[in-house]
Design a protein around this ligand. Structure first.
Ligand code: PLP
Length: 401
């Protein structure tokens, strides 16, 4: 009998499953709007010019390939923290942050999840928004936390249910853990305004919640790095001891290099040292130490003044193209004859649009029009371009009229 007798297959991944179905489709018109990866207008992956230049620099520096320490490349972590919190942030000035390099955003979430589960003694319950990125719904459970949901999205308005969200927070037990998407909420593309974040921060303080931010889209969302970090900085200014997970997948286009960072905040330098030793211990026994290449690229992009300027341009290029694609889609829907109000597609931010298509309509999009998207009606706007946007608009009109 097999050592694995009785094993069941894992549930299919809701996002990668869409890619497999797309690959199996032989129709030449097929379009993939599932995975969140930026494409240029012609539908091709885009290596950011700042990254190309950083790669040339790395090549010329002839680095060796020795192990990094558990927390990764120190200069990278320092620059990542400054990027998120702002160079002058008090917590950085006082050395209260522990920022380690992680295996991108997902790896940062896993480190944060495991660390919180082990050392945060006040609660084991983490609240995530409804809906949220599918990985959140599983990852934290694997880390050993109990998962609960808070109200976020209102299907009637295809907008934020701010009252419902506040009500949910008010009803949370004191000191519970809460996850926020820092910017460009995935899958809805709907964020609270800065005024609303202020109220949310006050409520979290009232309930003494432990706040975990997932920031996967800094700069990619609006084209402005500081503005996209606004919510995180607000909470930190309010004195909240947040945890932060950063990803450089989208804002540097470094998806496969797995580069991100995880930050915890201590109340004293002594506590910071203890956090550091426990985090290093966790990493040592999980994957020992992270890979160097992505950290080197990101470090040069953030740290070299010329490359940083180029990066600021590159993120503007990406966010502007996505805005244009949103407009093209809405124009296409009108041109196709749709009478429906599609303004939400323009108002949403980031990689995705939550179209409001029902499951039945999504199935029709795929079956009748060979357009692939996740069942919740989410499309990756970054995959729309001049060659497919009209086709997609026509398909969306056909299934919604
Ligand atoms: N968090 C959210 C909300 C995301 O959408 C993503 C990517 O899609 C991530 C985290 C992390 O991605 P990665 O592990 O590629 O950095």
């Amino acid at each position: 009998q097999s050592a694995w007798a009785g094993i069941e297959a894992a549930p299919p991944d809701p996002i990668f499953g869409v890619t497999s179905a797309f690959r199996a489709d032989k129709d030449s018109k097929k379009v993939l709007l599932g995975v969140g990866a930026y494409r240029d207008d012609a539908g091709k992956p885009w290596v950011l010019p700042c990254v190309r230049k950083a790669e040339e620099m790395i090549q010329s520096k002839q680095y060796n390939h020795e192990y990094a320490v558990q927390s990764g490349v120190a200069e990278f972590a320092k620059l990542a923290a400054e990027l998120a919190f702002g160079k002058d942030a008090c917590i950085l000035q006082h050395g209260l942050n522990l920022t380690v390099q992680s295996l991108s955003g997902t790896g940062a979430l896993r480190l944060a999840g495991d660390f919180i589960s082990k050392f945060y003694t006040h609660s084991k319950v983490i609240y995530v928004p409804t809906p949220t990125w599918a990985v959140h719904n599983v990852l934290f459970k694997i880390s050993g936390l109990d998962l609960k949901h808070y109200t976020y999205y209102d299907p009637k308005t295809i907008g934020l249910d701010f009252c419902g969200m506040c009500e949910s927070i008010r009803n949370m037990p004191e000191r519970a853990i809460i996850l926020f998407h820092a910017r460009a909420h995935n899958p809805t593309g709907i964020d609270p305004s800065m005024e609303q974040w202020e109220e949310i921060s006050n409520l979290c303080k009232e309930r003494k919640l432990f706040v975990l931010f997932d920031m996967a889209y800094q700069g990619f969302a609006s084209g402005d790095l500081d503005s996209d970090a606004g919510a995180v900085r607000k909470f930190v200014d309010d004195g909240q001891q947040v945890a932060l997970c950063q990803s450089f997948s989208k804002n540097m286009g470094l998806y496969g290099e797995r580069i991100g960072a995880c930050t915890l905040i201590a109340q004293s330098k002594e506590e910071q040292a203890k956090l550091k030793s426990q985090m290093n211990f966790l990493i040592r026994h999980m994957y020992s130490n992270p890979p160097l290449y992505g950290a080197r690229v990101a470090m040069h992009v953030m740290g070299d003044p010329e490359l940083r300027c180029q990066w600021l341009e590159d993120i503007k290029t990406m966010s502007a193209r996505i805005k244009t694609a949103r407009q093209q889609l809405v124009d296409g829907l009108k041109k196709a004859g749709s009478q429906k109000d599609w303004a939400h597609i323009l108002n949403q931010i980031g990689m995705f649009s939550f179209t409001g298509l029902t499951k039945e309509q999504v199935l029709k999009m795929t079956k009748e029009h060979h357009v692939y998207l996740t069942m919740n009606g989410r499309i990756s706007v970054a995959s729309l371009g001049s060659n497919n946007v009209e086709y997609v608009a026509n398909a969306m009109h056909a299934v919604t009229k």
